[in-house]
Design a protein around this ligand. Structure first.
Ligand code: CA
Ligand code: CA
Ligand code: CA
Ligand code: CA
Length: 291
């Protein structure tokens, strides 16, 4: 999955006249670069020292591939902006028509890892290998460099994929119908928790921005101080709800988590937590979504 074309950051402050509880969603929406995978063409280097961009051997993508000079410590330099700090899976596509390994050193700042760069059988046979490198938030100096006298394989492109998690506080709902935000029972995170009214079909509505159309794990943190299940129906954009059973947790101050998988569309999603029994839902502290 690839996602190019980053939108400018959007500030958002939603108001909801007459809603119970919080009416402002403070999620940081200006992080559209949190794409699941971003692909860079090797030939788009800021600088190559020393080597050439070629189109001799077929099978490359984009406008060509990087053929670095066959020396140790030759490199291609890229500037890569990341929305958040953290470990990124870097997948490099290369061809090595030689008969010996041509390792590729992959580095961002002071973090580096090495790809073996084994022979691929021919210069038109392209393979991928993945290493984990740690990036800083913002611009990173990123290098592909040789560590042997054979230089690197020919390099076509590389892709960056980074898992990230956003926390949505239940009390930051765009709309709650009907219920209140409370701080009575300890152990919640953020500024409180959602205590939905004890009816069937009460709900809290959130706007969840996803960088791609993808099914994501949603982990809901809740407390159920009663003696019966209070299922939570989780859904997005009118899709089929997936239920969390939400059995009793022993007390209202004992918080538990449960995870369901929910398909999201790219962009803003109408995301709902809804009661399906007359007891309403448990008290809900937050939910975490990992992309
Ligand atoms: Ca070369
Ligand atoms: Ca290419
Ligand atoms: Ca309630
Ligand atoms: Ca909370």
């Amino acid at each position: 999955m690839k996602w190019h074309g980053f939108a400018a950051g959007m500030g958002i402050a939603l108001s909801c006249v007459g809603c119970s509880g919080s009416v402002e969603n403070d999620e940081a929406w200006g992080t559209a670069q949190e794409a699941l995978t971003t692909t860079y063409q090797a030939e788009s280097a800021v600088d190559i020292d020393e080597g050439v961009i070629e189109t001799v051997h077929t099978g490359y993508r984009g406008a060509g591939y990087l053929n670095i000079d066959n020396f140790n410590n030759t490199f291609a330099w890229y500037i890569i902006n990341r929305p958040v700090a953290g470990t990124v899976a870097v997948t490099v596509r290369y061809a090595n028509g030689g008969t010996t390994n041509r390792p590729i050193r992959v580095s961002a700042g002071s973090s580096s890892a090495q790809i073996t760069g084994a022979p691929t059988g021919s210069w038109t046979t392209w393979v991928t290998a993945t290493v984990n490198v740690t990036f800083a938030a913002g611009n990173n100096d990123f290098y592909l460099s040789s560590v042997s006298n054979e230089g690197m394989p020919n390099v076509d492109e590389f892709s960056l994929a980074q898992t990230f998690t956003r926390t949505y506080q239940a009390e930051s709902a765009f709309d709650i119908d009907e219920g209140v935000v409370e701080t009575i029972h300890a152990g919640y995170t953020g500024s409180g928790y959602l205590n939905i009214d004890n009816f069937n079909n009460t709900f809290a509505w959130y706007i969840v921005n996803s960088p791609a159309a993808v099914t994501v794990p949603v982990t809901v943190r809740y407390a159920n101080g009663t003696t019966g299940n209070r299922p939570i129906a989780v859904s997005a954009n009118g899709g089929t709800p997936v239920q969390i059973t939400a059995p009793p947790t022993g007390s209202w101050t004992t918080w538990a988590t449960a995870t369901v998988n929910i398909p999201l569309a790219a962009g803003d999603n109408d995301f709902f937590l809804r009661s399906v029994v007359s007891g309403g839902m448990p008290n809900i502290d937050k939910f975490d979504i990992t992309w």
